[in-house]
Ligand binder design. Structure first.
Ligand code: NAD
Length: 430
């Protein structure tokens, strides 16, 4: 939703500042393969998606006209289990972006030791410009087109940018109608009333904050006195800002696609949510001052949480970043060039494949609950989520120290090693 006073900034990642997420994802894999000493055949096997499907999605608009949209589903790897990954509705979606996001899902699931491979889907669409009825028709037609490759034992979609639990309900219903019986396990991130898990909607942001607090402790920064800036105020950013504030961190700046706001004394997140419910944006919040959107990334804060889109931290702005710790709520917010600069500057970057893994962990819990038709309490979900995130964090700190690698390098090496082990043990067919 646009406000009267603000011109929306672009939703598109700034591709002029990066070679694109697929180039970054492949460079991270190549570096891990080099560390692990794998042969080129195995490298190529890990670099290529197992399956890609591009589909036309014809939509009858509310005015009767027909528009043809394009959708993708990329399944990067199945060595450790069914493919798993979100569905994105954004005007920036293209096949290379989906391929990169699918590869990162493979590493994320392996790093957190959930029994999945990686996948991702996307439709090139700006959902804000379509009615609910149109979005339902798009979702059902896309689901029908990718039906042969998804399923609880094949590939399990979940929400991502521009999609939500209603999108998952439509997918689950379309798949179930085609199957002739109800199949709750085909998607995760469903409404609780349809077999969704308690705690799923806040799982990614809760996980980001578990890791952010652990990273503050690791760097010896007391929570009282710690400050944070959060880019993006959607499913990940809004929860992260709230949980940080509840933990005692002063959240001084927040942005969304329309602009950014700043309050040195800390933003009241509950009041900000009320403002957004009325206006649709963080812009114009009376208890804060406006801030140029790009300045948010360069504030002198303890924690920077990019929770919007890829490629926002790049070679041009990384040198100006003053945050002590970056916790990647978004997938791929840091380009390879920026990573190198942060390494030289000693900025601690907690990589996306760990930091935002809370979503896939509770998706896994939801799939387990759906398959067993037995549901856990919210506190059971929260405790298990925290335990898994912190176990992975401590393991990552140890392996990064032992191997002399950055957290991203160590995380990718661990994940790639687990996937390669599974592949080698299964063997190559035929
Ligand atoms: P969302 O659609 O709910 O929210 C996206 C937010 O980013 C919105 O507030 C939007 O206004 C803002 N935004 C978009 N472009 C921006 C820009 N240029 N500058 C500042 N803000 C901008 O999406 P989400 O689910 O919160 O996902 C955000 C990121 O987190 C994505 O990278 C996604 O892949 C990743 N992620 C999401 C989940 C999940 O469970 N939803 C899990 C893991 C990772």
């Amino acid at each position: 939703m646009t406000t009267d006073t603000e011109v929306p900034i672009t939703l598109e990642p700034d591709r002029t500042q990066s070679a694109g997420p697929l180039v970054d994802a492949k460079a991270q894999l190549a570096s891990a393969v080099k560390t692990l000493g794998y042969e080129e055949g195995l490298h190529q096997l890990l670099a290529q998606p197992r399956r890609e499907l591009t589909v036309s999605v014809p939509l009858r608009r509310d005015d009767g006209s027909v528009e043809i949209l394009t959708g993708h589903r990329v399944q990067h790897n199945f060595s450790r289990g069914p493919a798993k990954g979100g569905l994105r509705y954004s005007p920036a979606v293209d096949l290379d972006e989906v391929r990169a996001l699918a590869m990162w899902m493979t590493w994320k699931c392996a790093l957190l030791d959930v029994p999945y491979g990686g996948a991702k889907g996307g439709i090139r669409i700006d959902p804000r410009k379509y009615s609910q009825g149109e979005l339902e028709r798009v979702t059902r037609r896309y689901t029908s087109e990718i039906l042969p490759v998804i399923g609880p034992e094949r590939d399990i979609p979940a929400p991502d940018i521009g999609t939500d639990e209603q999108t998952m309900a439509w997918m689950m219903d379309t798949y179930s109608v085609a199957s002739g019986y109800t199949v709750p396990g085909v998607v995760t991130g469903k409404p609780v009333s349809l077999g969704g898990s308690l705690g799923r909607s806040s799982a990614t942001s809760a996980g980001v904050v578990h890791i952010a607090l652990a990273a503050l402790a690791h760097r010896g920064i007391p929570v009282a006195g710690a400050t944070a800036a959060v880019q993006g105020f959607g499913k990940v950013g809004a929860g992260a800002a709230l949980f940080l504030a509840q933990a005692g961190v002063r959240v001084v700046a927040i942005s969304d696609q329309y602009g950014a706001i700043y309050a040195a004394s800390g933003l009241d997140i509950i009041a900000l949510n009320d403002h957004i419910a009325r206006t649709g944006s963080v812009v114009g919040f009376s208890a804060a001052e406006p801030l140029p959107a790009s300045d948010l990334l360069e504030l002198d804060v303890s924690l920077l949480i990019p929770a919007a889109i890829e490629g926002v931290l790049h070679s041009d702005n990384a040198g100006r970043v003053q945050a002590k710790i970056i916790v990647e709520g978004a997938n791929g917010p840091t380009t390879a060039g920026a990573d190198q600069i942060f390494k030289e500057l000693g900025v601690l970057v907690v990589p996306d494949i760990l930091a935002n893994a809370g979503g896939v962990i509770v998706s896994y819990f939801e799939w387990v609950q759906s398959n067993q038709a037995y549901w856990w309490s919210a506190s059971e979900v929260d405790e298990r989520l925290e335990r898994r995130m912190l176990t992975a964090w401590h393991h990552l700190l140890d392996s990064s120290a032992a191997r002399g690698l950055t957290l991203r390098e160590a995380a990718t090496v661990t994940a790639v090693e687990r996937v390669a082990d599974a592949h080698r043990t299964r063997g190559l067919y035929p």
